[in-house]
Ligand binder design. Structure first.
Ligand SMILES: Cc1ncc(COP(=O)(O)O)c(C=O)c1O
Length: 402
């Protein structure tokens, strides 16, 4: 009988992404475990479950596989997967926040995150302050002792690609008894592991690079070992474990990732490393083209030495990623460029194999117009895909020249 390895936590990144949580099916030997569609599980006596599953809102083996793999790729102790990135954020916020609490939010957060915190949680007496999280002193000043439960960070940020120093912010948050949440959607676990720099929770919109093919919506949270709810809070089950408190919220409200979507997401995760490395290579070429055509100051890409966050990126990331933004000089030029490209498709979202271009002011970040998070109206964001890089260069060059 061959022996099957199940603990991959000490293996290299790509090995973990491919093998963690993916043991072969014990009954058939199928190398790819089946998609478990059952909504319910036979009990061998009341409350006697064969593998801990009773009902699929509470748990499902397909989801468990992906959660193990995500925890292993982020260097976390556990993970939970959700119906979307925002569903993941919502469950986390409900687990940690109580009326009267306060959250520090980046002044360049993803618009949907800001909308959730300000417009869904605001009416439940959750206050927030927006700050440039690239400045740890500004974050320290924004903290309200005894009230601030969470410091939220996105690095690199969407769509301005600002960098924040995770280790410095972890210290600021922890000194105040708050948790540090890092949205790692842009960097992916290939390029950055926030838990290793002191973050307590990592958020992913797995819709993006992890799914990787623009064909599935999902979200995930990855938890550091033994992270507790802030300042003696207890969850509804009496738990002090953050992961358990969030799991309860997921179970109670039910925004789980379905089995087919879980399968697609895990299939994406297996090729994440090779894709992200090529996305980064192609993005560096696109950034160089943009610098040449528009000048260094107009191009927002952490790989450029001129980028104000370059040193932080070089320290806490192992590459600079596939997202590039640029200032076109005027709203009309930005609109003209995004409507002219042919290989870059005009569409929201990012992180898929195909290149996308968008106008954040009126598309992904339309909900923050008029708020502290409003993005410039000449900004263009591109998600550099995996097409032949010469085709990408020619397409963008043509659109810029017309
Ligand atoms: C950085 C970031 N975080 C979170 C989200 C929300 O994810 P989802 O669209 O999967 O709910 C997005 C979506 O664009 C995002 O870009």
């Amino acid at each position: 009988m061959t022996e099957e390895r199940t603990d991959w936590s000490s293996a290299g990144f790509a090995t973990r992404a491919i093998h963690s949580g993916q043991s072969s099916d014990p009954s058939t030997g199928a190398v790819i475990p089946p998609i478990y569609l059952s909504s319910t599980y036979r009990q061998d006596g009341v409350g006697v479950m064969r593998a801990g599953y009773d009902y699929a809102r509470a748990g499902n083996p397909t989801r468990t596989s992906l959660e193990e793999a995500l925890a292993d790729t982020e260097g976390g102790a556990s993970a939970l997967t959700f119906a979307s990135g925002l569903a993941a954020e919502d469950a986390l916020l409900r687990a940690v926040l109580r009326p009267g609490d306060h959250v520090v939010v980046p002044d360049d957060a993803y618009g949907g995150t800001y909308r959730l915190i300000s417009r869904s949680f605001g009416p439940w007496q959750i206050a927030h302050t927006t700050v440039p999280t690239s400045d740890p002193d500004a974050v320290a000043r924004a903290i309200q002792p005894g009230r601030t439960r969470l410091v939220w960070v996105e690095t690199p940020s969407n769509p301005l690609l600002n960098l924040s120093d995770i280790a410095a912010l972890a210290e600021v948050a922890h000194d105040a008894g708050a948790l540090l949440v890092v949205d790692n959607t842009f960097a992916t676990p290939v390029l950055q592991n926030p838990l290793a720099w002191g973050a307590d929770v990592v958020v992913h919109s797995t819709t993006k690079y992890i799914g990787g093919h623009s064909d599935v919506v999902g979200g995930a949270l990855v938890f550091a070992a033994e992270t507790e709810l802030p300042d003696g809070l207890t969850g509804p089950t009496g738990t002090v474990s953050l992961a358990d408190a969030v799991r309860f919220q997921q179970f109670a409200a039910g925004a789980i990732l379905g089995p087919f979507d879980t399968f697609l997401t895990q299939r994406g995760l297996k090729s994440l490393e090779v894709r992200v490395l090529r996305h980064s290579e192609n993005a560096a070429v696109i950034a160089a083209l943009l610098v040449d055509r528009l000048g260094e100051t107009q191009v927002l890409y952490p790989g450029l030495e001129s980028h104000p966050g370059h040193a932080v990126a070089a320290r806490q990331m192992t590459g600079f990623g596939g997202m590039v933004s640029f200032r076109a000089g005027s709203a009309s030029r930005a609109l003209a460029v995004v409507e002219r490209t042919q290989v870059f498709t005009l569409a929201e979202s990012l992180g898929g194999v195909e290149s996308l271009i968008e106008y954040p002011y009126a598309m992904t970040h339309a909900s923050v117009v008029g708020s502290a998070l409003e993005v410039p109206d000449d900004l263009v964001r591109v998600s550099v895909g995996l097409e032949t890089v010469g085709d990408l260069v020619a397409d963008l060059d043509r659109a810029l020249a017309l």
